[in-house]
Design a protein around this ligand. Structure first.
Ligand code: RTP
Length: 132
């Protein structure tokens, strides 16, 4: 579907490290279209809702602390297979496993500071876009 959309978010460490341009460049060069962008400080309740599926995990508190620690860049990207391809551009969750050439593979070493979020399914993308 040509108008598939994904919710992509540059997390506070990515913003602080000056990686906004690099992330946007990689998605643009691939051929995806940026259809929405907003920089914001995240309320704790919004971070908790976004990661509600992980609320029983031991790292949930530190994950929410991380997301509210500074501004994020919330974006919607559009294009064919953008959800799955976006996850490939981003790389594996744990930077120890993400391949060089991916964003996390090139710019992160810790799972708790992994620069960027990308929706993991079309259904979750729709929910996240509505939420953010
Ligand atoms: P994201 O939602 O941020 O794109 O990440 P993901 O789908 O690749 O991974 P997920 O399992 O949904 O985890 C969400 C975020 O939680 C943090 N995390 N920390 N300390 C830990 O062991 C741990 N595990 C996951 C990461 O920031 C991960 O992106």
């Amino acid at each position: 579907m040509a108008d598939e959309r994904s919710y992509i978010m540059i997390k506070p460490d990515g913003v602080q490290r000056g990686l906004i341009g690099e992330v946007i460049k990689r998605f643009e060069q691939k051929g995806f279209k940026l259809v929405g962008l907003r920089m914001l400080n995240v309320e704790r309740s919004l971070a908790e809702k976004h990661y509600a599926d992980l609320s029983s995990r031991p790292f949930f508190g530190s994950l929410v602390d991380y997301i509210v620690s500074g501004p994020v860049v919330a974006m919607v990207w559009e294009g064919r297979n953008v959800v799955v391809t976006g996850r490939k551009i981003i790389g594996a969750t744990n930077p120890a496993a993400s391949e060089p050439g991916t964003i996390r593979g090139d710019y992160a070493i810790e799972v708790g500071r992994n620069v960027i979020h990308g929706s993991d399914s079309v259904e979750n993308a729709q929910k996240e876009i509505a939420l953010w």
